[in-house]
Design a protein around this ligand. Structure first.
Ligand code: BES
Ligand code: ZN
Length: 994
């Protein structure tokens, strides 16, 4: 027997048998067990009684019913609990990965969530699961993942298959909490080639922790609290719902069965198979079973019991349902999702050239949900804001969010679900791919919008900011480097999503879409219901290439430069000679790269450029190359990286820069819209990295007085936001404010005149730029704008049932009115927040309440984030981040985080992206030695608590703070001067601004 093993002293007390007409049997067992309610301790100490059930064998096809009989009483373990802990790292159960000698084929899982609070146990669920598995390698050890579950009674091992084979008895079993395993030691080995089943009964807390099988709740229209049981398995929490081989390569089929009340409905990955009824103690329970799933990974399972209603799309071949709270469905908030889903499904069926793999597609909006959405196969879960849309209440941004998130999750139904990565180290391929093609899917549903262009701002420029740091990391990780749940969670970052999307877009572009989808199609077909590593995709793309085009080298060779080394190059084009060079682009020129690269930080770069209105392309294979077509006369100009399809920045000689800036000032429309954005974005970043003067970058923004397009404006604002963060507590801010107002006023006037009383402009991008105009004008204190905002807001306060504010402008107007207002404005927002009929509205108010300039209101609001009855857990970190983005809230939020780190970490630290954005959010203004020392102190003081999925964000914050300190020292004076000079003080329009 292994060291430290013991056998639980679990005792079974009584059994009650109830029969249904269909001879369905329930055995209710009263069990004596340890109970640690919220965190459900895994040590099995006898404590107090509770009820557990052994549900009937599911009646759906393809399952082998469990053998009759229930677990017997266990004798006390020979070695009592806790004797001699095993030496760390030596035994199989100390490693996080499954050994692989046992491979699951099928599971029968029955779960019974209790949605009424038990006076003793609180909210909990019981379950019964049988896993059928093959033995690939003889072993005496069974390791199955199980986390925060109490296993009731002894697991039962049986032989499976036609020819009978011996079944070893259990020597011992226990839960090993560190690696989250149920560890079973057998008397004799299981033999290779044989099949077995393992049945367990268990109980778990139905906690509000947003992971595994968890509880969400809301107050319905009659004021009653309603409880939902739902799931979030990815990446490693299926093991919180039932014991399982919880790794993505351990694909199996599943028969899911749920117990629930008549007033509830139960849904899962597959369509309902059958429903039976039982009566127990005067209560009626429905047992809903579902059809057997195809072979799939555990992290894609989902099962939900709720009182929700659904809307549906009757025009699609696949059954499409959109589930949400009844009231939301009655108000048609699911209609938009129902309308676009069919179109997007059809688009992906064409794009992948593979039919949708399942018989139905359910999507559900949950009141409590940690991420934005989750691609569970056939049952996609969403935050309410990512699925529900109301034409009268939601903004254009909300609408775009819904259609892109749907497209993203539907894209995963093939790429990710049908074909799955072998291990989490390749997560970037899964998330990067979906993050790229979500734009294609959304474009299909809303072809007028031009959403595909937005990848430049929302992914490429977003991730450039972190990938240009010395602390960045490569897209691809080694399988052996990713083991613990925390390491896996940390992979859900901007690199995996946005860099992944960016380099795949670049790949699709240089291969051409036709070849890209051809390779993609054979890849999907070959690996359906199976697992892959990222190289498998590149091999299939290579095959498609071989048949038709020539590349300088293989797809794998080209792509390895972008996936195996961090960062990206800056391509410098000297148009006086035609010389093109590349260099690793580091935002902070003083930082040192300690991470080695076998490619020495050189890339194989697809170069595109435009000269004299004609586009051209070539490859840069080494660090330098002369391209004669790039040699220019004094007056000629060229722009490279057309539409920023390449994942790199571009620098030029000063003459070409001068010509480009002149062109912006005289004929900006001669340049593609995205390249106008690029000229500013690259200039600012080249200046940060000291390739150019900061003032030269600022010069590129002068032409904005004539610019009406959204993408260039947004790129400029994103970059100027850095100046605001660095200077909004300094004397530079006065002149900066004047400059910003000077530049934005024409845009503000344009939209004021374009529409009547701030109604919506027609085009998608114009709607966004109208929002920008109001946000910036009000944000920098344009009097006209502030008065407009106040007038609208007060009108609403006077008549709360009739909000007169244009939906797209709500966020900016609420923020401005609350910023210039007092307690009354804030409290009104709070009341409206609590009564909001749609989550998008609540979110707008939630971010606007962070705009107040009253310290006490901000502090009170910060404390609300610790109380989940006021601010939902899913929203806590983003609320703190909003408060920190307010110049007055910044230090309050930082102090708050420091004071409450342990609690915040324990509550929210397990999750993924939101936690790193919290750290980034509260530190983004840091630019003094004092702030740096505070940050360092914070790091040392909390080393024992840890930073979880925010560990990397903390390192990035330290690096950014150091860079900020240097940048402010070096640039403050020049920038102040530049702003002062750039403001035309004789401009009469400007004098009347404030
Ligand atoms: N698979 C993720 C959801 C997820 C994220 C699960 C982190 C576990 C940890 C899903 O496909 C996703 O990427 N969702 C995004 C939305 C998407 C449009 C980028 C999200 O949740 O924000
Ligand atoms: Zn995703």
């Amino acid at each position: 027997m292994g060291k430290g093993f013991y056998i639980s002293k679990a005792v079974l007390l009584t059994g009650v048998v109830l029969a249904t007409a269909a001879a369905v049997t329930i055995i209710a067992l009263a069990v004596v067990y340890a109970q640690e309610k919220a965190n459900n301790s895994e040590a099995q100490q006898p404590d107090r009684p509770g009820i557990s059930t052994e549900p009937p064998a599911p009646g759906s096809p393809g399952t082998e019913p469990p053998a009759p009989g229930s677990p017997g009483t266990e004798p006390p373990a020979p070695g009592s609990p806790g004797t001699e802990p095993p030496a760390p790292g030596t035994e199989p159960w100390d490693r996080y990965r499954l050994p692989g000698d046992l491979v699951p084929d099928h599971y029968d899982v029955t779960l019974w969530p209790r949605l009424d609070e038990d006076p003793v146990k609180g909210y909990y669920f019981t379950g019964n699961s049988t896993v059928y598995f093959r033995c690939e390698q003889a072993t005496k050890l069974i390791l199955v993942h199980s986390h925060k579950l109490k296993v009731l009674g002894e697991p039962e091992l049986r032989a499976v298959g036609a020819s009978p084979h011996p079944v070893p008895t259990l020597d011992s079993w226990r839960l090993h909490s560190k690696t989250q395993f149920l560890v079973i030691v057998l008397s004799n080995p299981l033999s290779k080639g044989n099949r077995y089943s393992l049945q367990t009964q268990f109980e778990g807390a139905l906690a509000d922790d947003l992971s595994g099988f968890y509880r969400s709740q809301y107050v319905n229209e009659t004021g009653h609290v309603r409880v939902i049981a739902t799931t979030q398995m990815q990446p490693t929490d299926a093991r919180k719902a039932f014991p399982c081989f919880d790794e993505p390569a351990m694909k199996a089929t599943f028969n899911i069965t749920l117990y629930h009340k008549e007033e509830h409905s139960a849904i899962s990955n597959m369509p309902e198979y059958e429903r039976t009824t039982i009566h127990d103690n005067g209560m009626t329970w429905i047992i809903t079973s579902f059809e057997k799933t195809p072979k799939m990974s555990t992290y894609l399972l989902a099962f939900i019991v709720s009182d929700f209603a659904y809307d549906y799309d009757s025009t699609s071949d696949t059954e499409i349902r959109i589930w949400a709270r009844k009231q939301a469905i009655e108000e048609d908030q699911g209609k938009y999702a129902a309308n676009v889903t069919g179109k997007i499904l059809k688009f992906f069926e064409n794009y992948y050239n593979v039919s949708y793999p399942l018989p139905k597609s359910d999507q559900i909006a949950l009141p409590d949900f940690n991420a934005g959405a989750m691609e569970n196969w056939g049952l996609i879960t969403y935050r309410e804001t990512a699925l529900l849309y109301d034409r009268n209440l939601s903004s254009i941004g909300n609408k775009e969010r819904v259609v892109t998130v749907i497209a993203h999750e539907l894209a995963h139904q093939w790429f990710g679900n049908l074909v799955t990565i072998k291990w989490w180290n390749d997560l970037w391929l899964n998330e990067g791919f979906a993050s790229y093609v979500e734009y294609l899917g959304a474009d299909e549903a809303e072809p007028e919008w031009g959403v595909k262009d937005l990848i430049v701002l929302d992914d490429i420029y977003r991730v450039f900011a972190v990938d240009a740091l010395a602390s960045s990391h490569p897209l691809s990780s080694e399988e052996t480097d990713i083991n613990t749940p925390a390491q896996i969670n940390e992979l859900f970052d901007a690199i995996s999503y946005s860099k992944g999307a960016s380099v795949l877009r670049m790949l699709s572009d240089f291969l051409t879409e036709t070849i890209f989808v051809k390779g993609l199609n054979t890849y999907l077909r070959q690996f359906s219901y199976d697992n892959t590593i990222y190289k498998d995709l590149f091999e299939h793309l290579q095959k498609a290439v071989n048949a038709s085009i020539t590349l300088p080298t293989t797809v794998g060779e080209i792509m390895s430069r972008w996936t195996l080394q961090m960062g990206f190059p800056v391509i410098t084009i000297d148009t006086t000679t035609g010389t093109v060079t590349q260099k690793h682009f580091l935002l902070d020129p003083n930082s040192t790269v300690t991470r080695p690269s076998k490619f020495n930080y050189t890339w194989i770069v697809p170069i595109t450029w435009m000269k004299g209105g004609i586009e051209n392309s070539t490859w840069l294979l080494d660090s330098q190359k002369t391209i004669l077509e790039m040699k220019l006369d004094e007056k000629e100009w060229l722009v490279a990286n057309i539409n920023v399809t390449g994942y790199y920045r571009v620098n030029y000689d000063e003459t070409n820069w001068k010509n480009l800036v002149n062109l912006l000032l005289t004929n900006h429309e001669d340049l593609p819209v995205i390249n106008r954005a690029q000229i500013m974005a690259d200039s600012f970043n080249l200046a940060r990295a000291k390739y150019r003067e900061t003032t030269a970058a600022l010069d590129t923004t002068k032409y904005l007085v004539k610019e009406l397009e959204y993408i260039p404006w947004q790129a400029a604002l994103d970059n100027l936001a850095y100046f605001e963060l660095m200077f909004d507590r300094t004397e530079v801010f006065g002149p900066m404010k004047k400059y910003m107002l000077q530049q934005v006023t024409p845009l503000y006037k344009h939209f004021e005149n374009l529409t009547k009383n701030w109604t919506q402009p027609d085009s998608h991008m114009d709607q966004y730029n109208q929002i920008n105009a109001v946000r910036v004008a009000c944000g920098y204190g344009l009097k006209d704008c502030e008065v407009m905002a106040q007038t609208f807001y007060w009108k609403w306060m006077a008549n709360p049932n009739d909000n007169p504010i244009p939906v797209n402008l709500k966020t900016s107007i609420y923020c401005s009115a609350i910023a210039s207002g007092d307690e009354a404005e804030w409290n009104f927002a709070w009341k409206m927040f609590q009564n909001a009929k749609i989550a998008t509205e609540a979110d707008k108010l939630r971010s606007a309440m962070a705009c107040t300039r009253h310290t006490w209101l901000l502090n009170r609001y910060l404390h609300y984030t610790l109380d989940s009855t006021k601010i939902r857990k899913q929203d806590a970190t983003s609320t703190i981040t909003s408060i920190a983005s307010n110049v007055i809230g910044q230090s309050l939020a930082w102090n708050f985080i420091r004071a409450n780190w342990k609690f915040i970490f324990e509550q929210y630290g397990g999750g993924s992206f939101s936690f790193s954005s919290l750290i980034k959010g509260v530190t983004q203004r840091f630019s003094t030695e004092f702030e740096l020392s505070q940050l360092e102190q914070f790091k040392t003081e909390n080393e024992d608590v840890g930073f979880g999925s925010g560990t990397r964000a903390l390192e990035q914050a330290l690096e950014s703070t150091k860079a900020n300190i240097r940048w402010v020292n070096e640039n403050k004076e020049a920038v102040q001067h530049w702003f002062l000079n750039a403001v035309n003080s004789t401009n009469p329009a400007l004098n009347s601004l404030w």
